[in-house]
Design a protein around this ligand. Structure first.
Ligand code: CMC
Length: 427
């Protein structure tokens, strides 16, 4: 028997169907609520609101489970590569060897960026934050690829998808090279997706590009861990903008802006800045723990807490282990890794954090790895965006294929009621 939820307002009862997901999650379908009762729901921050039905990513925040299309994140991080995971997220199943090869060939075919785009890049000051530059360049891609906006068939969608997957690493590498005053690099199609990204970012003029496999493996794993996370702030932004049929590139550009914030993807930069500050201040972690708990102090322990995880973020567990391995392999000793471990230990024993179920999230240790790989701190959120790209694409594609209506929440108005207009000399 299907479940029903009953709501009573002023003595009048309304019934709503309860939908059940494949992992037995329940949601009350209130589609007819306003039409029947004239009432809406109010849920700031959408803490209890499901915006869509989705078959892409499952996460159970209480149990610390994360799966892409049914596959455990632990398995994918260990056994798959980033491009396979991208294919899985976007198209629903792991690719065969032939499917993967074709997918990568199609991406490579689209990996050049119009030379005119460089003029836009040149217009930015060197001090510009790479996330702002990346968002603008991604949006500018629309002007050079107008056919990707009005996508009405699956083939149109596919074309737009391989275009953005091909061009996005180029743009991300440009933002870094701009920051570090290096000439732009065009990559090498004979390399794998992640290796080529690394080359475009780091190859120095006149120097032979030598790849360190540990670096590529670490980068690949980080990208996989960031690849999707269901309806988070940036993904909801991508779906929302896409719901107006603005096109994939404009939607992704908006997602980048959403990700930039320190409460979301920008936390990886904020974590390193916080750990550096603690180090410079003499390394007194207790002082910063006290600040984080003080309600009159805006300081928060960056990299801690999550809207959905009320248990260990499974990605944080993998990244912590990876941080130890990568730093060991590269022979890097970073004092802030010890500060991070100290903070984590204290927080996990502190009633403030325990009671609120605040655990390290994906961003707590990722910055330490990025730093060991030689990536400047302002680029950390760009690395997150590179990882999240397939997730954004998958969610946008699902939204378009499901023919979801334009996203348009309602509100409870709390402003003035009607006022008589007064001319300026009477105010
Ligand atoms: N340090 C200190 N107190 C915290 C923290 C923190 N990092 N996070 C939450 N709290 C407290 C908060 O003050 C509140 O306390 P009280 O109930 O006494 O008012 C309680 O915990 C609940 O917090 P909330 O802000 O209502 O929770 P939320 O679900 O709205 O916010 C969050 C989630 C991730 C924005 C928040 O935990 C936070 O700001 N964390 C630091 C930033 C961060 O690391 N963000 C990265 C998130 S993971 C990457 C991603 O997917 O974006």
């Amino acid at each position: 028997m299907s479940k029903v939820a009953t709501l009573e307002i002023d003595g009048k009862r309304y019934e709503f169907p309860v939908v059940e997901g494949t992992e037995n999650e329940l949601g009350i379908n209130i589609k007819s609520l306003r039409g029947e009762s004239g009432v809406i729901t109010l849920d700031p921050g959408y803490k209890n609101t499901g915006s869509c039905e989705s078959g892409i990513t499952f996460l159970d925040g209480e149990k610390g489970i994360l799966r892409y299309r049914g596959y455990a994140i632990e398995d994918l991080a260990e056994k798959a590569d980033f491009l396979e995971v991208a294919y899985l997220l976007i198209f629903g199943d792991l690719p065969s060897k032939e499917q993967l090869e074709k997918f990568y060939d199609d991406i490579k075919e689209q990996s050049t960026v119009d030379e005119e785009m460089k003029k836009i890049l040149d217009g930015f000051p060197k001090a510009a934050h790479p996330m702002g530059v990346l968002s603008s360049l991604t949006s500018a891609l629309v002007a050079f690829n107008p056919s990707c906006v009005d996508v009405s068939s699956e083939q149109d969608m596919y074309n737009a998808i391989v275009k953005i997957l091909g061009k996005f690493p180029v743009l991300a590498a440009w933002t870094l090279r701009k920051k570090t005053s290096l000439p732009l690099n065009y990559g090498d199609d004979s390399l794998g997706y992640v290796e080529n990204l690394h080359k475009m970012m780091f190859e120095k003029p006149g120097k032979k590009y030598e790849v360190n496999q540990s670096v590529i493996d670490a980068l690949d794993k980080l990208l996989i861990l960031h690849a999707d996370h269901e309806q988070n702030c940036s993904t909801s932004t991508v779906r929302m903008v896409g719901s107006s049929h603005a096109g994939l590139f404009a939607s992704i550009s908006a997602g980048i802006s959403a990700l930039w914030g320190p409460l979301h993807g920008g936390a990886n930069q904020a974590v390193i800045e916080m750990l550096e500050k603690i180090k410079e201040d003499g390394g007194d972690t207790k002082k910063f723990m006290a600040k984080a708990k003080d309600k009159d102090d805006p300081f928060r322990l960056m990299g801690f807490g999550h809207r959905v995880y009320k248990n260990f973020d499974p990605r944080a567990k993998i990244i912590k282990k990876s941080a130890d391995e990568v730093l060991g392999q590269l022979g890097v000793e970073d004092p802030i890794l010890d500060i991070a471990k100290g903070l984590e230990k204290e927080a996990l024993e502190d009633p403030y954090f325990v009671d609120r179920k605040l655990y390290p999230n994906v961003d707590f240790y990722s910055g330490i790895i990025y730093r060991a790989l030689g990536i400047p701190v302002e680029m950390f959120t760009v690395m997150f965006a590179l990882g999240r790209l397939p997730g954004w694409i998958a969610q946008w594609r699902e939204m378009r294929l499901n023919k979801e209506p334009i996203g348009r929440p309602r509100q409870i108005y709390t402003g003035h009621t009607h006022r008589e207009f007064q001319p300026v000399d009477k105010r």
